[in-house]
Write a protein that binds this ligand. Structure first.
Ligand SMILES: Nc1ncnc2c1ncn2[C@@H]1O[C@H](COP(=O)(O)OP(=O)(O)OP(=O)(O)O)[C@@H](O)[C@H]1O
Ligand SMILES: [Mg+2]
Length: 248
């Protein structure tokens, strides 16, 4: 295993309502990479993400994110841990009663004592990074689906997190908006050095962004490797997944 792993999962099993959702899952993600967790609907991807975020309990050594198990943090550690993560949730919506600027500013207001002018400057900087200049005073209801996704991305990176988790960031987008969102995420990884963990079942996204791939099928990791290794892999379910995703 790479010493540079920011995430290490070893023998993680998750049972919810007597159902085995994750079975002896092991993998790692390297610092600075875009690691894609892929798999069909219901495979267990979001449940896995929730374990990485400490929303479900896990055995102390089963999950390590930046060297700690997020479900075993003391009170002081918790605040530090969560300010280090950006999370872009599946269907993660902005609050409609707040402007785009206020939505993006929320984490800064909750976790820092920065003055309002500084917060406004940081928010505008992040909005420009996601190509949303000029939306600061707009309400979310006046943005397109692709713009909403980018605003949610700006909110996820407002605290300059070393790790960004994205759960199906492109869901519901047309192919052009999906490609531009992927490119934006790649730019953030390259410009800001963010380690990205992206859950998706969009094959086109995987080819655009992935450095490494973790393929989950019915709660088990059935492939772990680089994108190049995945492309030439003889792993049947993986080949089938790529084939279907290309519409063949
Ligand atoms: N809170 C819960 N209670 C009971 N079952 C759950 C719960 N959360 C998830 N599951 C079950 O766990 C399995 C995996 O769900 P999960 O949400 O991780 O799938 P997924 O891979 O993220 O799928 P999708 O691509 O559709 O988002 C599913 O069978 C789901 O019904
Ligand atoms: Mg999911």
């Amino acid at each position: 295993m790479d010493n540079d792993s920011v995430i290490k999962v070893r023998g993680l099993t998750a049972i919810i309502d007597d159902q085995v959702i994750l079975s002896n899952v092991s993998f790692h993600a390297n610092s600075g990479d875009v690691t894609v967790i892929l798999g069909s609907s219901g495979a267990g991807k979001t449940v896995l993400l929730k374990h990485l975020l400490g929303l479900y309990p896990s055995a102390p050594e089963a999950v390590r994110v930046m060297g700690v198990n997020p479900s075993h943090l003391g009170e002081g550690e918790e605040k530090h841990f969560y300010t280090q993560l950006g999370v872009f949730y599946q269907n993660g919506a902005l609050l409609n009663s707040l402007t785009v600027g206020e939505n993006v500013a929320l984490p800064l207001q909750q976790h820092t004592d920065l003055p309002d002018e500084m917060i406004e400057r940081l928010v505008k900087l992040k909005l420009s990074l996601v190509n949303l200049e000029g939306t600061y005073n707009m309400l979310p209801s006046s943005l397109s689906g692709g713009m909403l996704k980018r605003a949610a991305l700006a909110r996820a990176i407002i605290m300059d997190p070393p790790i960004l988790f994205c759960d199906e960031p492109g869901s519901g987008l047309d192919p052009v908006s999906l490609a531009s969102l992927d490119n934006l995420i790649l730019n953030l990884q390259r410009l800001l050095g963010i380690t990205v963990i992206m859950i998706t079942h969009e094959v086109s996204s995987i080819f655009r962004v992935a450095d490494r791939i973790i393929f989950i099928d019915q709660g088990r990791v059935i492939f772990e490797g680089t994108l190049d290794e995945a492309i030439i892999s003889e792993n049947k379910p993986l080949k089938e997944f790529f084939r279907k995703g290309r519409g063949e």
